[in-house]
Design a protein around this ligand. Structure first.
Ligand code: ADP
Ligand code: MG
Length: 347
């Protein structure tokens, strides 16, 4: 099974930032309000994440390292209604198979916590431990037992910049939680909880950039709009309308005069999960067409919310691709919302 874990690791764990993404999502799933990430050597030497979430009892902590055992997908119906960020039960076993891992966790209601030490997928130690409530996971020496994978890692500073970008985006998506990122002794991000996404934007980008961002927000009710007419060749009584649902867009788009040089300044979250999706990028490109010079790239921070059954996030293990159940509807709604926001802001 270690082979299966290492193969899965090849899909899930591409680089240190992918480990950070999985651990961050787990902490968020666990309801943590404070999340602290520490790295050394760009994450190759150490990634430690400390949260104050609901922790795990000993049995659950051991189960967490069994592949698919913890998967929340109980039936194939569940595939279409994944409300939490984690769903495959693959991340921890995969990470544990290609690194040295120390888990310390305690559920608030338990007297003692649990410490589990694993290296290359082998459990070395399981002990009771006096711990504060919450979970700390330390990943050391990523890919120490898979030299071929280790060779593909980029420089420390490149890996660190990926991690910093990732933590920043999750901080933007979850303004009411406290996030910290430290690299060795350097604090790269300290973002105490704030009331809303707008305040977080100021906190992270500063007043100047934030003032060039326009707030965009729109909501569409599938039941009120966008429902297709029954096709004429279908008998009325056979027609099954799509489930009622909604699509909510909130976020910020840059005014045309804010020209960021960085191509990677489009961040889209679907139900709080960071995604990269061609359909969404296309909708944004269309929204910005003729609005900004073709040589510049838009800065966009967009949060989409929709019922879990409207989006399939199970397309790829790295979980950045998604499939919308009504792609055209989602595409056009994003395009029109962003375009309207930009047009209203023009002097
Ligand atoms: P998934 O998130 O897909 O369920 P993971 O391998 O990422 O799978 O995690 C396995 C399980 O371990 C989770 O389902 C959760 O029950 C538990 N877990 C992982 N990290 C934490 C955490 N920080 N706090 C509490 N429980 C956690
Ligand atoms: Mg997970």
């Amino acid at each position: 099974d270690q082979v299966a874990n290492q193969i899965a690791a090849g899909e899930v764990v591409e680089r240190p930032a992918s480990v950070v993404k999985e651990l961050l999502e787990n902490s968020i799933d666990a309801g943590a309000t404070r999340i602290r990430v520490e790295v050394e050597g760009g994450g190759r030497k150490l990634i430690r994440i400390v949260d104050n979430g609901h922790g795990m009892g000993r049995d659950d902590a051991l189960l967490a390292f069994e592949r698919h055992a913890t998967s929340k997908l109980r039936t194939s119906d569940d595939l279409l209604s994944i409300a939490t960020l984690g769903f495959r039960g693959e991340a921890l076993p995969s990470i544990a198979s290609v690194a040295r891992l120390l888990l310390e966790t305690r559920a608030p209601e338990d007297e003692a916590g649990t410490l589990i030490e694993i290296a290359g997928g082998n459990i070395l130690r399981v002990e009771d431990a006096g711990l504060p409530p919450g979970t700390t996971i330390a990943i050391r020496d990523l890919f120490y037992n898979t030299p071929a994978r280790r060779k593909f890692l980029k420089s420390e500073s490149t890996e660190l910049s990926h991690i910093a970008a990732l933590v920043t985006h999750y901080a933007l998506a979850h303004p009411t939680r406290h996030f910290e990122l430290h690299s060795a002794t350097q604090a790269l991000l300290v973002a105490p909880a704030v009331a809303n996404a707008g305040e977080r934007l100021y906190q992270i980008f500063g007043r100047e950039t934030a003032s060039l961002m326009l707030q965009t927000a729109a909501e569409m009710d599938f039941t009120r709009a966008g429902l297709p007419e029954p096709p004429p060749w279908k008998r009325e009584e056979d027609y099954q309308p799509p489930d009622p649902g909604y699509l909510r867009i909130t976020g910020f788009v840059a005014k045309p005069e804010l020209q960021k040089l960085n191509r990677n300044s489009i961040y889209v979250f679907v139900n709080h999960r960071l995604i990269r999706d061609r359909l969404v990028l296309h909708a944004l490109t269309e929204a910005y067409r003729n609005v900004i010079p073709p040589t510049s790239f838009p800065v966009v921070l967009l949060f989409l919310e929709m019922p879990p059954q409207e989006v399939d996030v199970n397309v790829h293990p790295a979980k950045t691709e998604v499939r919308f159940r009504q792609p055209t509807f989602v595409h056009d709604f994003i395009r029109d919302t962003v375009r309207t926001t930009l047009m209203n802001a023009r002097p």
